[in-house]
Ligand binder design. Structure first.
Ligand code: CO8
Length: 258
């Protein structure tokens, strides 16, 4: 069992739960936290017993951004040579479905981390934003690229250029979040949603998320072709035969994730 200092890691049934845990810093993201998060993701991804992952923060903050105090003195050469932020993309390369359960602040790198997950569930207390411009910098972990795909150019520009925060209602209207949940029910709802996903064929879920994410990477025609080939491949799986047999026989499927 690995012990972590900046995150809490638990297993709930077939769901892996990662809680960002730097309460004194509103879960500001530093190298240690990202390294621990990546390590926890590696473990859950390798674990056959895990079918979906939830990443959450505290009531007050999902994450209030990259750790400003740690970044403050960084030089260009340190950022360049160390490829600052490169390791942040581990979560976007997760093959199992990942849900971000966001309450309170998801700002800067925190908003980028949430957007790197497959879907965001927002507490009614959630606040999203890319306030980097107020620090004399700009988003550096996908904010200028993922936000525009989620909310469109005008709103993405406004948020990135003014640093204005967006509440949960606005985020839902704009398409950034899947659903808003009362704050007190956020974690239960996220775990339930993850458990629903984890009860499906993991193979099907992984292929589905891979195809949906493809839409951001390629043209429509290529994406459609990629989807079709992946769809064809599903007929080689046990779970396709089992899922369809179960439907025909009016019983619950017993997926083998194969
Ligand atoms: N970094 C370091 N410490 C932080 C951060 C942060 N991002 N956010 C909050 N904290 C600390 C505060 O310094 C404070 O510590 P202390 O008690 O020692 O003074 C503690 O957390 C509590 O914060 P506040 O007292 O400020 O709490 P409030 O409720 O008054 O305010 C806010 C909450 C509005 C969220 C406020 O804390 C704030 O504005 N935080 C900064 C938000 C921000 O600018 N985020 C963007 C950071 S830049 C970034 O993410 C760049 C991303 C680039 C890619 C990734 C690079 C690694």
């Amino acid at each position: 069992e690995t012990t972590f200092e900046t995150i809490l890691v638990e297993t709930r049934g077939r769901v892996g739960l990662i809680t960002l845990n730097r309460p004194g810093q509103l879960n500001a993201l530093n190298d240690q936290l990202i390294a621990e998060l990546n390590q926890a993701l590696d473990v859950f991804e390798a674990d056959e017993g895990i079918g979906a992952i939830v990443v959450t923060g505290s009531e007050k903050a999902f994450a209030a951004g990259a750790d400003i105090k740690e970044m403050q003195a960084k030089t260009y050469m340190e950022a360049y040579k160390g490829d600052f932020i490169a390791s942040w993309d581990r979560i976007s390369r997760a093959r199992k479905p990942v849900i971000a359960a966001v309450a309170g602040f998801a700002l800067g790198g925190g908003c980028e981390l949430a957007m790197s997950c497959d879907l965001i569930l927002a507490a009614d207390t959630a606040k999203f934003g890319q306030p980097e411009i107020k620090l004399g910098i700009m988003p550096g972990a996908g904010g200028t690229q993922r936000l525009i795909r989620a909310v469109g150019k005008s709103k993405a520009m406004e948020l990135c250029l003014t640093g204005r925060l967006m509440d949960a209602e606005e985020a839902e209207r704009a398409g950034l979040v899947a659903r808003i949940v009362p704050a007190a029910e956020l974690l239960d709802d996220a775990l339930k949603t993850a458990e629903t996903i984890a009860s499906m064929s993991l193979t099907a879920a992984m292929m589905t998320k891979d195809c949906v994410n493809r839409a951001h990477e390629t043209t429509l025609a290529e994406g459609i072709r990629y989807e079709r080939r992946t769809f064809h491949a599903m007929f080689a799986t046990h779970d396709q035969k089992e899922g369809m047999a179960a439907f025909t026989e009016k019983r619950r499927p017993r997926f083998r994730n194969a």
